[in-house]
Design a protein around this ligand. Structure first.
Ligand code: ADP
Ligand code: MG
Length: 274
């Protein structure tokens, strides 16, 4: 990785070292309904250029749907998402802002080698000749400490290595904006910590604006500049991680430190009969 610091307000391309202005994201009164289901309710926040923003919240609260609006896979019912000051739903904006989403599942092709998974996008978009693509792919694998895996199938790798391959594949897109959906789910705590470190390092080295959807508290408190909490489609909390611990909102405290109450009717089926 490059050793000279990337200036504030710029994103450095990991492969060419060319610096471009860092990109900000602005979510403005975003509402999304699927038929009668109200999934996002008037959500407003912005992510500063070069920031790591972690969006937390229980399952089903609308986190993945929100990410899909940023990459243009879903369109708002009302409100809008702006990337670098331009509407995210337009084709032109998506061509102008280079972004990469690391899917929760990894979305890797097991029928292709690790190398071919990484080469897929640059080949499709003819970003370079095969020698140029090879250089990018090998460099991305090196950044993620995956040297030697290029001929393997993703199915032969551990969960943590698969996640690193998915991140390397995103990096090959030379993103100014990296989005991660639950990057540490299904990983053990040590591997989760490694993935969190990688996310933070990519941001430090390249100043890639980073949005992470996660309910991993270690990750949020470890690497986030700011955290938002989404609950039932509403943003109930927004601020630096330290502020969460002192939040007066009981929903925030309950989310961060859930109490198990065996008298709760939810656990009725566990009661033993005399
Ligand atoms: P999470 O916070 O766990 O990522 P999601 O954003 O995936 O939650 O989903 C929020 C809600 O929206 C869920 O109730 C989910 O079933 C619903 N949902 C997501 N995508 C669709 C869709 N394409 N059509 C209908 N309902 C959807
Ligand atoms: Mg999700």
């Amino acid at each position: 990785m490059p050793s000279s610091p990337c200036p504030a307000g710029a994103t450095r391309n990991p492969f060419t070292s060319v610096e471009t202005p860092a990109v900000g994201v602005s979510i403005e009164k975003l509402t999304k309904n699927f038929g009668p289901l109200k999934v996002l309710k008037d959500v407003t926040f912005s992510v500063e250029p070069g920031e790591i923003f972690v969006l937390m919240g229980p399952s089903g609260s609308g986190k993945s749907v929100l990410l899909k609006h940023i990459v243009g896979l879903e369109l708002p019912t009302s409100g809008r998402v702006m990337l670098d000051g331009k509407d995210a739903s337009s084709e032109e904006t998506r061509e102008h802002v280079r972004m990469a989403l690391v899917f929760q599942s990894g979305a890797l092709f097991n029928s292709l080698s690790v190398y071919d998974n990484l080469a897929l996008y640059p080949r499709e978009h003819q970003v370079a000749d095969e020698a140029g693509i090879r250089e990018k792919v090998m460099h991305a694998l090196q950044i993620l400490s995956l040297d030697g895996t290029e001929q393997k199938s993703p199915s032969d790798l551990s969960g943590g290595m698969k996640k690193r391959v998915a991140i390397a594949r995103a990096l090959v897109m030379e993103p100014q904006l990296m989005l991660y959906d639950e990057p540490t789910s299904e990983l053990d705590p040590v591997t989760s910590a490694t993935i969190s470190e990688i996310i933070a390092t990519l941001k430090e080295e390249y100043h890639v604006t980073t949005i992470v959807v996660s309910h991993d508290r270690q990750l949020a408190f470890g690497i986030a500049d700011r955290v938002g909490i989404l609950m039932d489609g509403e943003l109930i909390s927004l601020g630096p991680p330290a502020d969460l611990k002192t939040s007066k909102d009981p929903r925030v405290a309950e989310f961060l430190n859930p109490k198990i109450d065996l008298k709760n009717p939810r656990f009725k089926h566990l009661e033993t009969k005399p």
